[in-house]
Ligand binder design. Structure first.
Ligand SMILES: Nc1ncnc2c1ncn2[C@@H]1O[C@H](COP(=O)(O)OP(=O)(O)OP(=O)(O)O)[C@@H](O)[C@H]1O
Length: 508
């Protein structure tokens, strides 16, 4: 009776419209025209986001013996960012289009020569997407047709702009205008936001909004070791805002300039089997994403090629998610050796070592770092949960229902409590009583307006897993209510203790 649409079919327009309509996400400063790369989370969005963060914190920190949490400051000593390499190297390659004044990231701007009968007839370009090669091929064919060129077109081999030779740059068309000649060579653009601390506005007062939360864990490493009774292997975790002046914020909250991270540094012995530990963390992260409802079929792994890794990095694997705009990085799991602690030890002059009782030696631990963005999980969760189904209404008439199949673990509202009729005092009183009781522990919503079917639909659209209806049988018979399941739309009678037992089991 229902035909769910798969998440791959959901467009970003649909998700953005739902977010605005139901109060998940708004544009930041919307009444002033918005600010590119910044977003506000509305009443439902803030609950969903908090639930994602809380699930991560509970599973990553509270339910484990070997991981502790911290909350470091957003603005840290500028030397932190010098030692970490961010001041010198936290850059993206920036390309300007002098005509349109648009800016692009060179590593996301692909180009290819159009080769006809072995000769270069011109160039085509495309912005990063899953189908770059296909897009360039189509552009090459259009180019040939427009210029009425004869001959066989050689297959395109996309390269990104960071690989362009200087003589090729003037020939690459700008994606903004379609014409060559306006793109500048790529230059390094530092993504950190600068500010000033204190009343002076000179170089000595410059500070940065953190571009990642990870450095907080490294800088506090010794404090935690000296006070926390931790023993290797152990982790330090934190969640919090990070800021990056992204050149091209896009794809809604996927790439924004202010976002939230959940990061954990897992410290291991210098002689430990880091590859095994790295693999275990990749699997832990993958399993965790599935536990909050992401479909396994949409997750994949990408191992960064050795040649592209930073010199200190031993290996990085990204968990990729199939978003409507392509397969993109969701969670990066990096094996960083002893690099970060060593950098801070050298820059601060304070050793960042641990004493090994077995060998009676001091050493700098190595680290495995799973780093993920809450907003990227939020978007993946919405895209995978969204479905439109053809169903029959109460009178048997076909209608479309929009449903968010969110896991009960993260759904913003767990239960909606509905009196069957709003003008029956005893129904309303019992519904209010139950609502207040549920609300002590779980997010609940009380709704008495409109036909019961309409009320169910409103809850379906925001992902509420269960609706409880108080009807005449509740009052006149055994006190049970109707429990309606969001996904199956099946209804059954349930008692109050059974309701709470079910919630305890499913919301963890
Ligand atoms: N601009 C952003 N907006 C939202 N989330 C982000 C952004 N940049 C990074 N993240 C999240 O933080 C995680 C860890 O950050 P990391 O520095 O490894 O990202 P990254 O490799 O620079 O990401 P990308 O290559 O997509 O820019 C990412 O996997 C992602 O989930």
């Amino acid at each position: 009776m229902s035909t769910p649409s798969s998440s791959a079919e959901v467009s970003m327009e649909t998700i953005v419209a739902l977010c605005k309509r139901r109060g998940f996400i708004f544009q930041s400063s919307e009444i002033y025209g918005g600010l590119n790369g910044f977003f506000d989370y509305g009443p439902l969005g803030v609950e969903l986001k908090k639930n994602i963060r809380d699930c991560w914190w509970n599973d990553m920190v509270r339910r484990r013996e070997d991981i502790v949490g911290i909350e470091s400051s957003i603005i840290m000593h500028p030397k932190v960012w010098e030692a970490s390499g961010h001041v010198a190297g936290f850059t993206d390659p920036l390309v300007d289009c002098k005509v349109s004044k648009q800016r692009f990231r060179a590593d996301q701007l692909f180009f290819s020569p159009v080769v006809i009968d072995g000769k270069t007839a011109g160039y085509v370009s495309a912005l990063e997407s899953e189908n770059t090669a296909a897009e360039l091929q189509a552009a090459a064919e259009t180019f040939k047709r427009k210029k009425a060129l004869q001959g066989a077109l050689a297959p395109v081999e996309p390269r990104d702009m960071t690989e362009a030779r200087p003589e090729e740059i003037p020939q690459i068309p700008s994606p903004a205008t379609g014409e060559p000649g306006s793109l500048t060579p790529p230059r390094a653009f530092n993504m950190m936001f600068e500010t000033y601390v204190g009343a002076l506005r000179d170089a000595s007062a410059v500070a940065y909004l953190r571009p990642e939360t990870a450095q907080g864990m490294f800088v506090d490493f010794k404090n935690v070791v000296d006070t926390g009774r931790v023993k290797l292997p152990f982790g330090i975790a934190q969640t919090g805002k990070s800021f990056r002046n992204e050149i091209t914020p896009r794809n809604f909250i996927f790439r924004s300039r202010e976002f939230e991270q959940m990061e954990m540094e897992y410290f291991i012995h210098e002689d430990a089997d880091w590859e095994k530990c790295h693999k275990e963390w990749i699997e832990w992260c993958r399993r965790w994403l599935i536990s909050i409802g992401l479909p396994e079929s949409h997750l994949s792994l990408y191992d960064h090629p050795k040649a592209k890794l930073a010199f200190y990095s031993r290996g990085t694997t990204d968990i990729m998610y199939k978003y409507p705009f392509g397969v993109q990085e969701l969670w990066g799991i990096a094996a960083r050796g002893a690099y970060d602690l060593t950098q801070h030890a050298n820059a601060s002059g304070k050793p960042q070592e641990i004493f090994d009782e077995a060998t009676r030696k001091k050493f700098v631990p190595h680290v495995i770092e799973p780093a993920v963005g809450v907003d990227r999980i939020f978007l993946a969760v919405l895209c995978s949960a969204y479905a439109e189904e053809q169903v029959a209404d109460e009178k048997g008439k076909a209608e479309t229902r929009t449903v968010l199949r969110l896991s009960p673990r993260i759904a913003p509202v767990k239960v909606a409590v509905l009196p069957l009729l709003k003008n029956k005092e005893h129904l309303v009183a019992r519904a209010q009583e139950l609502y207040k009781k549920v609300k002590r522990k779980y997010t609940a919503f009380y709704d008495e307006s409109g036909a019961i079917g309409r009320r169910y639909r409103r809850q379906d659209e925001i992902g509420t897993p269960w609706c409880v209806t108080i009807d005449f049988d509740t009052i006149e018979k055994d006190g049970t209510f109707t429990l309606r399941d969001r996904d199956t739309m099946q209804q059954k009678r349930i008692s109050e203790p059974e309701l709470f037992a079910m919630l305890d089991e499913q919301v963890w």
